[in-house]
Ligand binder design. Structure first.
Ligand SMILES: [Zn+2]
Ligand SMILES: [Zn+2]
Length: 294
């Protein structure tokens, strides 16, 4: 199983000289299982454009596209994903459906291609495209075990786990640890919140690679509580608790330059050393491929 990052930036594409090493495209991750007769992609941020170019000429293998949630940075590359325009491609889109908004996944993707904001009509897409609402649970797709699990974010958001032949990658973006919005003194509420946080850890249990939204430093998090994102220390703690082998720090804040991320990686390495943690930590970088074996 191989994992390749096509987009690692959160919120907004951030091209430019200060982000050129880690990359400015928004989330898109390709998971390749050579033995499978299907392809796997998580999220359709702007990074999916380049991946689409690579896949365009290949025919045959159906593309499974898992959307974590419908915030712009996770879907706004979809209209630029070339295979959706080509009749010989099959694209199966999976993601959460937000019942409270009364909008299906397809509705939201269609809306970002309306005439007022996009030149090509949704009806012009020529690939065979299906849309399936994902819920918590596990399904087999092309021999790969795919599990979805809800995360804590301002719109319904799913984390995904893809496992094959004893190898597992876990994607948790975007997510903020659950916390008590009301009284800290309510023991029932606190134990419920602890349980929810434990579920997130269990979802990442023994992952060969945990890709986790770590948008803020611990100091920045204090002024962004409730925005739906984790700090780097949150994800380090989660990776340690879950026994993950590798941690990809992901969904970088647009204001964080490559140099800033390098400096903060040093802080994370020191913290991991202090905790005697046996996890390989790195900053997710566009174009980087991780071979997980399996
Ligand atoms: Zn995001
Ligand atoms: Zn989001």
């Amino acid at each position: 199983m191989k994992v390749r990052f096509y987009g690692v930036r959160g919120s907004l594409p951030t091209p430019g000289p200060t982000t050129v090493r880690y990359g400015g495209n928004t989330p898109c991750v390709e998971v390749t299982v050579p033995e499978s007769d299907e392809l796997f992609i998580i999220d359709a941020g702007t990074g999916i454009r380049e991946l689409g170019g690579r896949l365009a000429s290949k025919r045959g293998k159906p593309i499974n596209l898992f959307i974590s949630h419908t915030h712009w940075d996770h879907i706004h590359g979809f209209p630029f994903f070339v295979p959706i325009y080509m009749p010989h491609h099959t694209v199966k889109v999976y993601g959460p459906t937000n019942d409270s908004l009364d909008l299906s996944l397809q509705d939201v993707l269609t809306k970002q291609m309306e005439y007022s904001v996009f030149p090509v009509r949704f009806g012009d897409l020529q690939a065979s495209i299906s849309y399936t609402a994902m819920k918590r649970g596990t399904t087999m797709m092309g021999g790969v075990e795919v599990t979805a699990h809800p995360l804590n974010h301002p719109v319904l958001t799913l984390g995904y786990s893809l496992a094959y032949n004893g190898c597992r990658v876990v994607y948790q973006s975007d997510h903020e640890p659950y916390y008590n919005l009301f009284s800290d003194e309510d023991p029932d509420a606190n134990s419920f919140i602890d349980e929810l946080n434990r579920e997130i850890v269990e979802f990442a249990r023994d992952a060969d690679l945990l890709i986790a939204d770590a948008m803020y430093t611990p100091e920045e998090y204090e002024t962004h509580r409730g925005w739906g994102h984790s700090s780097t220390f949150h994800v380090l703690e989660r990776a340690i608790e879950a026994g993950a082998k590798r941690l990809a720090v992901f969904h970088h804040d647009p204001i964080h330059s490559d140099d800033f991320l390098d400096r903060h990686l040093d802080v994370l390495h020191k913290e991991a050393e202090t905790r005697n943690a046996n996890v390989e930590i790195f900053i997710a970088a566009e174009g980087e491929e991780i071979d997980l074996g399996g």
